[in-house]
Design a protein around this ligand. Structure first.
Ligand code: PAF
Length: 286
């Protein structure tokens, strides 16, 4: 496995590499969710590149950029064990040299939910991902389903900019109690960690309501809201179109239940896909 630090080094390392080239973009502090992306990329691609870069452009003022967990040595060991061919780990000055001015604005899908809580976040994500795609010249890019709005943003960008990259979304990896793995779970204290699975239970409750025939969005959301009790504080809970993140009034197509809640200073996100609801209103679960 080669560790590269600049776009030129990545290109040298990938000259003549077998295709498809799969990219796993990460901010490090790797957990089993990231390693599931690596494993799928390894199974599907002849060459696998993983990036390790905590991207300042996607953090707002007062967010956790400075204290975001960093674990370079153990990340490199995990990527090597996962069969990655090339690691790209630039520093901030290499990614954004003096004079850097271009950004990618993904538009409406990036303004809702996470985008409204974190203004500029998805511009930062889209900008760094386009740079990573271009640097790696990848054919496929692997993203986790937990960050569903991020995946929708990247799909929008790929289509709008005609990027020759296929987005692969890999299912969320969960703890046995349902909590989605996240690098930010390390911020939770014992009490918060014990309460955290309620976020997934809330989404499951929304999913059950819809699959039992509830087509009214407000009633479906209310079914989930009952689970979001103190110490959780809801940031949002909704049912949306998985591509646009617009919330339909009537839930009669495949949709995505999305949720975010604060536990102390930490905000967790999660989502559950809901296939086409059964049309059996007499079975509505409230
Ligand atoms: O999901 C992440 O870890 C980041 O948003 C990404 C895609 C690596 C871009 O910095």
């Amino acid at each position: 496995m080669q560790i590269t630090r600049t776009p030129a080094e990545v290109r040298d390392a990938l000259r003549g590499a077998g295709r498809p080239v799969g990219l796993v973009p990460t901010m490090g502090a790797l957990h089993a969710g990231h390693l599931a992306l690596v494993a799928q990329a390894r199974a599907e691609c002849r060459t696998v590149v993983a990036s390790l870069f905590v991207n300042p452009l996607q953090f707002g003022p007062g967010e956790d950029f400075d204290r975001y967990p960093r674990a370079f040595e153990s990340d490199v060991a995990a990527l090597e064990a996962g069969g990655v061919d090339v690691v790209y780990a630039p520093d901030v000055g290499t990614m954004y040299p003096p004079g850097f001015a271009t950004s990618v604005d993904p538009g409406d899908v990036g303004e809702r939910y996470e985008g409204s809580l974190r203004p500029g976040h998805f511009r930062g994500v889209a900008t760094v991902c386009v740079k990573l795609f271009a640097t790696a010249g990848c054919d496929r890019a692997y993203f986790g389903a937990k960050d569903a709005q991020q995946a929708a943003v990247i799909q929008r960008v790929i289509e709008d900019l005609n990027l020759p990259v296929e987005l692969i979304v890999v299912p969320t990896v969960r703890e046995p109690d349902g909590l989605a793995l996240s690098s930010r779970n390390v911020y939770l204290d014992v009490e918060q960690r014990a309460a955290a699975p309620a976020l997934h239970r809330a989404l499951d409750a929304v999913m059950r309501a819809v699959t039992h025939g509830e087509t009214d969005r407000d009633r479906a959301v209310a079914a989930g809201r009952a689970e979001l009790t103190v110490p959780l504080h809801e940031a949002y809970l909704d049912v949306v179109d998985p591509q646009t993140f617009v919330s339909p009034e009537r839930l009669d197509a495949p949709v995505l239940a999305i949720a975010s809640a604060w536990l102390g200073p930490t905000r967790l996100i999660d989502n559950v896909p809901i296939e086409a609801p059964a049309h059996a209103p007499h079975e509505i679960v409230r």
